[in-house]
Ligand binder design. Structure first.
Ligand code: PFF
Length: 462
């Protein structure tokens, strides 16, 4: 049975759904810890420059390809040029890999949210809690199941009634929560055992002040690499997701404006997440707390909430609710991309494909959960980090496939099909594409070279 092509009802629905995909765990968890690691304001400046250049080019390319071809990534590239069909298949691999672990992280967030809801959450602030939770055999699977069921339900309801309706309600809620917690964070102050007083405003300075001391070329390249891979993940580009969402956009929607709004939304939330987390961690845990890396959210933050006294629990509930919202809208976009692609290949209904993808997601997510206990193994990745199953999936999708796909896409658009196709698509509704010259230059020269370097560095070849 061939289903009627789904669409977003208009520009706002599209922007909120695309922003819902972009705003996720990456913004709230990864961005602040990279910021803390890479010298605060320095990382911010580099990231902002990349958003305005690479982010804008890659997002425009994906969305315009989707709307031009009115097809999912799997078929869209073949439609642009039949020799480039393979790029569609390659792109399909990314959400298929991300789906295996995103719902597992969603499950962890759900677990923390539920724990704060039913108790004061003090158990979560113990050092070994997070490790003992993710290495346990049953609990992570149960919470992953809950999160996955919710995701599948939204996707099952379809584009307009599920994804769009849901994003319209969740995204404004998310902004309110994050704004509220960020402002609260700035009002905090704490006197530690040595009598040192630390305030939220000092923490804000740690966040915003660009640390240029000991800036070497090597260190700058490291910051650049971190910012670039964060950008891919955060904007959900080069993984077919924005191509799929672009294919649901009506022709009269102003892509110029929508793309700017999505970027502002995504970067704004990441910025606010930093403003919410870095000052709070600084106040209660000092600069040592900032160095905790990926465990910032699940290990350091519960300690921060515990130090806040009674109000800590309320803030924690609001925080994990907001993070759950962000993770859910992102996970929905990953699953939607898989479902929509499969509907197109197999000519089956959304419901049937939801069931198939649901089972795939379930089985793979269980394997990822078990990767922390009975299926535990470690490998050394080409970039030098030691990884287990979840990290391996993350590495293949983000560090390996995404730069490679961006490299090939920029060659296809810049040199084979020509950037005019994208420019015409952006201007379809009659609006002038103001940054067309920048777009052409970037997609033909800058993106291919930088993506090649990024690919070679992250695969350990150079
Ligand atoms: N952009 C999302 C985030 O920042 O968490 C993550 C994401 C969503 C990555 C969807 C990939 C994806 F397919």
């Amino acid at each position: 049975m061939k289903e009627k092509k789904s669409n977003f009802s208009g520009s706002i629905g599209f922007v909120l759904a695309a922003a819902g995909s972009a705003v996720g765990v990456g913004n709230i968890w990864r961005f602040p810890y990279l910021c803390a690691k890479d010298g605060g304001g320095l990382f911010l400046i580099v990231y902002l420059a990349l958003v305005l250049s690479f982010g804008f080019v890659l997002l425009t390319t994906d969305i315009a390809i989707g709307r031009h071809t009115k097809q999912n990534a799997l078929k869209a590239f073949g439609t642009l040029n039949s020799k480039w069909k393979f790029l569609g298949y390659l792109t399909f691999l990314v959400p298929a890999l991300i789906m295996t672990y995103y719902s597992v992280i969603g499950g962890w967030i759900t677990k923390y949210f539920c724990t704060y809801l039913v108790s004061d959450g003090s158990i979560l602030s113990q050092d070994s809690y997070f490790t003992s939770f993710i290495t346990s055999k049953v609990s992570p699977i149960v919470f992953m199941l809950l999160f996955l069921a919710l995701t599948a339900w939204v996707v099952y309801r379809g584009v307009e009634k599920g994804i769009e309706k849901f994003s319209r309600f969740i995204m404004p809620g998310l902004i309110l929560l994050i704004l509220g917690i960020a402002i609260f964070s700035l009002t905090l102050s704490y006197t530690d055992a040595n009598g040192t007083v630390r305030t939220g405003l000092q923490g804000l300075k740690v966040y915003l002040y660009p640390d240029f001391s000991s800036l070497t070329v090597k260190r700058f390249l490291g910051v650049l690499l971190d910012a670039m891979s964060q950008l891919f993940f955060s904007l959900s580009v080069s993984m077919g997701i924005m191509v799929t969402y672009g294919s649901y956009v009506k022709d009269d929607v102003d892509l110029n404006k929508s793309i700017n709004q999505i970027e502002i939304f995504d970067t704004g939330v990441a910025f606010l997440a930093g403003m919410m987390i870095i000052p709070a961690v600084f106040v209660f845990l000092g600069t040592d707390g900032m160095a905790s890396g990926p465990s910032l959210i699940f290990i350091s933050l519960p300690k921060v909430f515990a130090s806040m006294g009674a109000i800590g629990r309320i803030i924690a509930i609001a925080f994990f609710l907001m993070m759950g919202f962000a993770a859910l809208t992102s996970c929905v976009s990953v699953m939607e991309t898989l479902v929509a692609n499969c509907m197109e290949i197999f000519h089956k209904s959304r419901q049937k494909m939801c069931a198939v993808i649901g089972i795939y997601s379930l089985v793979t997510a269980v394997l990822i959960c078990l990767g922390y206990n009975i299926l535990y193994f470690e490998v050394k990745l080409p970039n030098g980090t030691v990884a287990q199953l979840l990290d391996i999936m993350d590495y293949i999708s983000n560090s390996f496939l995404m730069p490679f796909i961006s490299l090939l896409t920029s060659i296809l658009i810049g040199w084979v099909v020509g950037p005019k196709l994208i420019i015409d698509e952006v201007e379809r509704n009659g609006e002038h594409f103001k940054r067309a010259k920048l777009y052409c230059f970037m997609i033909r020269y800058v993106v291919p070279v930088v993506m090649l370097i990024l690919f070679l560095v992250s695969t350990g070849i150079i």
